[in-house]
Ligand binder design. Structure first.
Ligand code: GDP
Ligand code: MN
Length: 403
């Protein structure tokens, strides 16, 4: 689950990291009021930033610096009118603008290959790290945090030196780097990224100029599977930007991941779902999704799963593969019959149900003219053939559901 910059900054702040103040607003007049408060608190410039769950906001015109409240309101108005990478801007972050001397990249990711938290730093901050990785991979320095001890001071110092940070900034950098790993562990994140981590110029209480490090941007991705351990983080889910199909799946308790193929798969159990996808591929087809309806699913859940599959216009055939244990085959069959009666598109379906109440299921399916299969290989082959036939004749509509 991705969270917005402002929420990510709250999580960094909770670990004691240096983050400039901010407010989140939803309109230009609110932005003006927030800017006025920032100026009153001593800011000489304010920054107005689009809050959308994509990177590259700066390049898209979603980050603007303003010198007075009127300019902040105008900037807010302009940014709220934007769509960044297809996402309309609904919220803004407003706060004192930093006076940037230099930008760095610092990120921590869960690296599944090394099974470690990997911390990455680069002196080429501000630009998207994927771009640096392509153009100048040598400019990214990486090291693995210790699985039990976390990121050690000497490791953090090594990274600082690698990006040319030393002297007065060394201590700050060590604190921030260790803080990123701490943020990751505290929240079960799989990515915590600060880009830019900047050297900013400030004025000390006695009026003398000082430089320090500040986290000017923050991106955090939380591990969905660990969210149950952090009920408070669930509130950070941005429903404005969530894919409606993903939301439906979550509400129904269905484990659903959309893929690029044409064969919709409905399976009970994650392992069986993976196997089913493998067999679809072996039969020459491409799965349109991973879908696990879970154990003990009733008819209404089956119908909900069918709606999720059919919401994808690329689906031209459906393969249902159920191994009845706790799940009763006849319940699933009833769900399929119910779903087909109301579905908007008539997509060919191949059903294989074995295990608990398989005979009752077979009788129900036969009475309702469903295509069935005895083995999984047979089912996959039939679904792939049906998808191929559909691709040749074009999509069909279901007259019964055409209202
Ligand atoms: P992104 O483009 O989505 O990654 O958004 P960022 O928050 O990283 O902002 C993009 C760029 O805007 C940064 O690299 C900075 O150069 C600039 N920027 C962001 N915040 C400030 C700020 O407080 N002051 C100034 N002067 N520039 C900023
Ligand atoms: Mn950034």
């Amino acid at each position: 689950m991705k969270i917005q910059e402002a929420d990510a900054k709250s999580l960094l702040l909770a670990q004691g990291l240096p983050v400039p103040a901010w407010e989140v607003v939803r309109s230009a007049p609110e932005a003006r009021a927030a800017a006025e408060r920032a100026f009153a608190a001593g800011a000489s410039l304010v920054v107005v930033k689009a809050q959308v769950l994509v990177g590259g906001r700066g390049k898209a015109g979603g980050v603007k610096v303003a010198a007075d409240a009127g300019a902040a309101e105008a900037a807010a108005k302009a940014i709220l009118a934007l769509e960044i990478k297809g996402i309309p801007v609904r919220k803004l972050l407003v706060g004192p603008a930093a006076d940037i001397a230099r930008e760095y990249y610092l990120g921590a990711i869960l690296d599944r290959v090394s099974r470690r938290i990997v911390v990455m730093a680069s002196a080429e901050g501000g630009v998207e790290i994927e771009e640096v990785a392509k153009v100048n991979p040598g400019a990214i320095h990486r090291l693995e945090a210790h699985p039990h001890l976390g990121l050690l001071d000497w490791q953090a110092r090594q990274l600082a030196f690698a990006v040319g940070l030393g002297g007065p900034h060394l201590r700050d950098f060590v604190q921030v780097a260790k803080g990123l790993v701490a943020t990751m562990l505290a929240n079960d994140a799989d990515l915590v990224e600060v880009n830019p981590l900047a050297i900013v110029r400030e004025t000390a209480a006695d009026g003398s100029p000082v430089e320090r490090l500040a986290c000017l941007d923050a991106k955090i991705t939380l591990d969905d599977s660990a969210l149950f351990r952090h009920p408070a983080l669930e509130a950070l889910r941005d429903l404005d930007e969530e894919d409606p199909v993903d939301r439906q799946a979550r509400d129904e308790g269905i484990n659903f991941i959309k893929l690029d193929g044409s064969i919709g798969c409905m399976v009970n159990g994650a392992g069986l779902a993976m196997t089913t996808m493998d067999l679809v591929k072996r039969a020459g087809g491409e799965p349109a999704n991973f879908l696990d309806i879970g154990g003990g699913a009733r008819a209404d859940k089956v119908a909900a799963a069918m709606r999720l599959i059919l919401a994808d216009p690329q689906v031209t055939a459906i393969l249902v593969n159920i191994f009845g244990g706790i799940t009763r085959g006849d319940e699933v069959a009833r769900g399929l019959i119910e779903a087909r009666a109301v579905q908007a598109r008539d997509v060919p379906m191949v059903v294989r149900i074995v295990g608990t109440n398989a005979e009752e299921a077979a009788a129900l399916l036969e009475a309702n003219h469903f295509a069935t299969a005895s083995s999984l290989d047979d089912a996959a082959a039939k679904a792939v053939a049906a998808a191929g036939a559909a691709a040749r004749t074009g999509p069909l509509t279901n007259p019964a559901a055409d209202r």
